[in-house]
Design a binder for this molecule. Structure first.
Ligand SMILES: Cc1cc2nc3c(=O)[nH]c(=O)nc-3n(C[C@H](O)[C@H](O)[C@H](O)COP(=O)(O)OP(=O)(O)OC[C@H]3O[C@@H](n4cnc5c(N)ncnc54)[C@H](O)[C@@H]3O)c2cc1C
Ligand SMILES: *[C@@H]1O[C@H](CO)[C@@H](O)[C@H](O)[C@H]1NC(C)=O
Ligand SMILES: *[C@@H]1O[C@H](CO)[C@@H](O)[C@H](O)[C@H]1NC(C)=O
Ligand SMILES: *[C@@H]1O[C@H](CO)[C@@H](O)[C@H](O)[C@H]1NC(C)=O
Length: 506
C-alpha cells in the first residue's frame, strides 16, 4: 500500500513549484511543503489520493476535519523531516495513533494540518534484560496485551478496547487493573520522541526529565512519541471476574444502593477493580469488575458484607479467569488482536466525563438527581436513536495506585485525588444535524444532574464542547501552569496544536 501510494504521487512530487497556478495559494503552499517532504522521501497521501478519505476519517465520525497532507512514515527520519518541513512552512502537526480520540484531535481539530499516521510503528517487544516492553508509537492496546503475554506472560495496566492506540498512555489510560497497578501513563519508564525542532530525543527521569513529565499526561502537545518503554509486571492469572445486576429500583433506591457501594469503595483494597454501569432503560444498573491475584474465598469475604447491605441482585455471575480472558471479557470481544495497519472502523457518538474528588464523596441527593435523570430522560434518548451508557469507574479509595499525590511530580496527568470517573456516552444511530445536537443536549443534562463546582473531567474522554480554558482547568487543574511553562520551553511556536492542547506561557 505504501509503495503504491508513493508511485501514484511521484508525478506530483516531481512537479516544479512554478507549475502550480499562482492564483491558488493553498495549492501553492501545499506543493512547496510537499517538495520539502519529497526531499526526505516521506511517504505522503494527499487529498487527491484514493486512500485519503479512509486515512482522514476519525473513529468518531461526528467530527470531520480535512488535513492538508497525511504522512505514513516508516522511519524515524520520515517523522523528523515531516516536523521540520511543517515547522518551516508553518503548518501544524498532529500524530495519529489509534484514531480513537473522542474529539478527533489526531486530525488537529481544524482543517489544514499535517497528520503523521503512526500505524507502521506497531512493534511490541518484551526485553528480558530490562523487563521493559518496547512499544511503537502506533501500536494498539489489544495487540500489546496479547504479544506481551505470548512473549513472556507479562502485562501493563491499560484500558479495555483493543483498538485504542498510544494516545491512551500519552494522556492517562485507565483499565480495570489500574487501582492495582496504576494508569498506563504511570507505566511509562522512558520514551523516544520527536520534538518540535524535528530532533529525536530520549526522555527519561534523569535526562530531559521535564519533557518526560510533560509527555506523561499531555503527550500530544509536546512531540511525537516514536517508542515507549513501559515497565511490565507478571500477568496475574488468578482473577475473580464478577458482575451483579440490579433492576426495578426507584431512582432514590438506586441512589441509596450507589451510596452503599461508595462507602465500601472508600476503603476497598487496590486489587479490586470496580465499575457501576447503566444504559438504555434508566435506573437498572450493573456492578462489575475483577479482583486481581485473589481466590473465590477472598472475593466472598470481601463482598459478603457489601452484598448484605444492597438490594437483592436480579442476576449475578462470579467466576475465575486468567489475565487474557479477563481482558477479553472487558473488551466484549472474542479476541484481543486487531489489524496493525489498515484499521478502518468508525462510529458516531458524543461523550462527557465527570471526575469526582476523593475528599467529597457523592451525596444521596446528588445521586438521586442523577438516577432521576436516567429514569426520565434515558428511555426517551434510547427511543430517539441515541442508545446511551454511563460507566462510573472507581479510581480511588483504599490504597489505590492511581490516587497518590506524590505522582503529581512524576506525571502531568491532572487528577491524583479521584474517587469516581463517570463516562456519559450517547451513540448517534443516524447522524444528522438534529441527532448530533440532541446527543449533546442529552449528555450535557446527564452531566449537570450530578456535577458539583469542584469536579473535573478526564482528558482521554475529550469533550470538544469545552473551551480551551475550561478544558485545561477540568483536565489538568493545578498541573496546567507548569505544562504551559514547559510548552514555552519545548514548543513555543505551537508546531503541535489542537484546540484543547497546551498553550505556551506568555
Ligand atoms: C471504544 C473506546 C474505548 C475506550 N476505552 C478506554 C478505557 O477503557 N480507558 C481509558 O482511559 N480510555 C479509553 N478510551 C479513550 C482513549 O484512551 C482515548 O480516546 C485515547 O486518547 C485514544 O488514543 P488513540 O491513539 O487511539 O487516538 P488518536 O485519536 O490517534 O490520538 C489521541 C491523541 O493522542 C495523540 N497521539 C496518538 N499517538 C501519539 C504518539 N505516538 N505520540 C504523541 N501523541 C500521540 C494524538 O495526536 C491525539 O491528540 C476509549 C476510547 C474509545 C473510542
Ligand atoms: C456535529 O456538531 C458539531 C458541533 O457540535 C460539528 O462540529 C460537527 O461538524 C457536527 N457533525 C456533523 C456530522 O454534522
Ligand atoms: C534490551 O535492552 C538492553 C539494554 O538497553 C539492550 O542492550 C538490548 O539490546 C535490548 N534487547 C533487545 C532484544 O532489544
Ligand atoms: C465474566 O463474567 C461476566 C459476567 O460477570 C460474563 O459475562 C463473562 O462471560 C465472564 N467472562 C468470561 C471470559 O467468561
Amino acid at each position: 500500500m505504501l509503495c503504491n501510494a508513493l508511485v501514484a504521487l511521484l508525478p506530483l512530487l516531481l512537479q516544479p513549484v512554478s507549475a502550480v497556478p499562482l492564483e491558488n495559494l493553498h495549492t501553492r503552499q501545499q506543493s512547496t511543503f510537499v517538495d520539502c517532504l519529497s526531499k526526505g522521501d516521506v511517504p505522503i497521501v494527499l487529498a487527491s489520493d484514493t486512500s485519503f478519505s479512509q486515512l482522514s476519517s476519525p473513529y468518531n465520525r461526528r467530527l470531520k476535519y480535512t488535513p492538508l497532507t497525511i504522512t505514513l512514515p516508516t522511519t524515524i527520519l520520515h517523522i523528523s523531516t515531516t516536523v521540520k518541513c511543517a515547522s518551516q512552512f508553518k503548518i501544524r502537526v498532529n500524530a495519529r495513533g489509534g484514531g480513537h480520540s473522542y474529539s478527533a484531535q489526531a486530525l488537529g481539530g481544524e482543517d489544514g494540518h499535517v497528520v503523521v499516521d503512526m500505524q507502521n510503528f506497531h512493534d511490541v517487544v518484551y526485553n528480558q534484560s530490562t523487563t521493559y516492553a518496547e512499544v511503537g508509537g502506533g501500536a494498539r492496546l489489544g495487540n500489546i496485551a496479547q504479544k506481551l503475554y505470548d512473549q513472556a506472560k507479562r502485562a501493563i495496566p491499560h484500558g479495555t478496547c483493543p483498538a485504542v492506540g498510544m494516545g491512551h498512555p500519552s494522556l492517562g489510560g485507565f483499565g480495570i487493573s489500574s487501582r492495582n497497578w496504576g494508569l498506563m501513563v504511570d507505566s511509562i519508564a522512558k520514551v523516544e520522541v520527536i520534538t518540535a525542532d524535528g530532533r529525536l530525543r530520549l526522555a527519561k527521569p534523569t535526562y530531559n526529565g521535564d519533557l518526560l513529565w510533560a509527555l506523561r499526561g499531555a503527550g500530544p502537545s509536546f512531540g511525537i512519541i516514536t517508542k515507549f518503554y513501559f515497565n511490565t509486571v507478571p500477568a496475574t492469572e488468578s482473577i475473580v471476574n464478577y458482575s451483579y445486576s440490579f433492576s426495578g429500583l426507584s431512582a432514590s433506591n438506586a441512589a441509596a444502593a450507589f451510596i452503599t457501594i461508595q462507602k465500601f469503595a472508600l476503603t476497598a483494597p487496590k486489587e479490586l477493580g470496580l465499575g457501576v454501569s447503566l444504559w438504555g432503560s434508566g435506573t437498572n444498573f450493573e456492578m462489575s469488575g475483577a479482583y486481581y491475584g485473589k481466590t473465590m474465598d477472598d472475593f466472598t469475604s470481601l463482598f459478603q458484607p457489601l452484598l448484605s447491605q444492597l438490594p437483592q441482585p436480579s442476576s449475578s455471575t462470579v467466576n475465575m479467569k486468567g489475565w487474557i480472558d479477563t481482558l477479553i471479557r472487558f473488551a466484549g470481544a472474542s479476541t484481543l488482536s486487531v489489524p496493525e495497519t489498515g484499521y478502518n472502523e468508525h462510529t458516531a457518538f458524543f461523550a462527557k466525563s465527570l471526575v469526582t474528588p476523593q475528599g467529597s464523596p457523592l451525596t444521596l441527593e446528588q445521586m438521586t438527581s442523577f438516577f432521576n435523570y436516567a429514569a426520565t430522560k434515558g428511555p426517551e434518548a434510547s427511543n430517539q436513536g441515541l442508545p446511551w451508557f454511563v460507566i462510573i469507574n472507581l479510581y480511588g479509595g483504599g490504597n489505590s495506585a492511581i490516587t497518590n499525590t506524590a505522582l503529581l511530580e512524576q506525571t502531568s496527568y491532572g487528577h491524583r485525588d479521584t474517587l469516581w470517573n463517570f463516562q456519559l456516552y450517547a451513540t448517534i444511530n443516524n447522524l444528522s444535524p438534529a441527532s448530533n445536537a440532541s446527543s449533546i443536549t442529552f449528555v450535557d443534562g446527564f452531566d449537570r444532574s450530578v456535577r458539583r463546582s469542584g469536579d473535573g473531567a478526564y482528558v482521554n474522554y475529550a469533550d470538544p464542547t469545552l473551551s480551551p480554558d475550561e478544558s485545561h482547568t477540568l483536565y489538568y487543574g493545578e498541573q496546567y501552569a507548569k505544562l504551559s511553562q514547559l510548552k514555552k520551553k519545548w514548543d513555543k511556536n505551537q508546531v503541535f496544536w489542537y484546540p484543547q492542547g497546551i498553550y505556551p506561557a506568555p
